[in-house]
Design a protein around this ligand. Structure first.
Ligand SMILES: [Zn+2]
Length: 189
């Protein structure tokens, strides 16, 4: 099921997610929903808090830019080591239309449980490394905009407020059953 993706600064995006005790069918459904929501929004990564679920689950698919990579779901991901440095122009499905340079480690080694509950360790480079760092940040309530200057962050915050206001307006216009509008139409007649 495709879920709505929360837009920053939604309060749930600032909260810490909780570890998953057991990888069961409920968690597997969450993983499936995360993949579907990510693909519907044309993203390369999505964390459970972005659809309002405060659990330590992320999904990644960097194959559009890294054909050698595979789509992967990570439950309780834990970064074991960070090496080197890279700067990447990052975007986020919760901050639509924005992209800024963020400094990250070049290579990360991450340990996690897969959808069967088996422990895996994966060494990630390039975009996958960026995505793992970006998505595990979401589990700590940290956004990519927390890694950029205050000035840039506040400009983005203003644009997100405008965007949300226009989205709410569109929703109201699409709703013909609003009593206020009905009475306005009645008066006009
Ligand atoms: Zn993000």
């Amino acid at each position: 099921m495709v879920h709505e993706i929360l837009v920053w600064p939604h309060p749930l995006l600032k909260q810490k997610a909780q570890p998953v005790a057991k990888v069961d069918d409920e968690v597997r459904t969450l993983i499936k929903d995360l993949f579907e929501s990510m693909y519907a929004a044309d993203g390369v990564g999505l964390a459970a808090p972005q659809i309002g679920v405060l659990k330590n689950v992320i999904v990644l698919d960097t194959t559009p830019r890294q054909p050698e990579a595979k789509p992967v779901a990570m439950v309780n991901p834990e970064i074991l080591s960070l090496e080197g440095k890279q700067t990447y122009k990052e975007g986020c499905l919760s901050v639509p239309g924005e992209a800024e340079d963020v400094d990250r480690a070049a290579v990360v080694t991450v340990r996690f449980l897969d959808e069967n509950g088996d422990e895996q360790t994966l060494k990630c480079e390039g975009l996958l490394s960026v995505a793992v760092q970006h998505e595990t940040d979401h589990l700590k309530g940290v956004m990519f905009v927390d890694h950029i200057s205050t000035l840039k962050r506040e400009l983005i915050r203003k644009r997100m407020k405008k965007l949300q206001a226009s989205m709410e307006e569109d929703q109201e216009e699409g709703d013909d059953e609003k009593p206020a509008k009905r009475s306005a139409r009645a008066e006009a007649r």
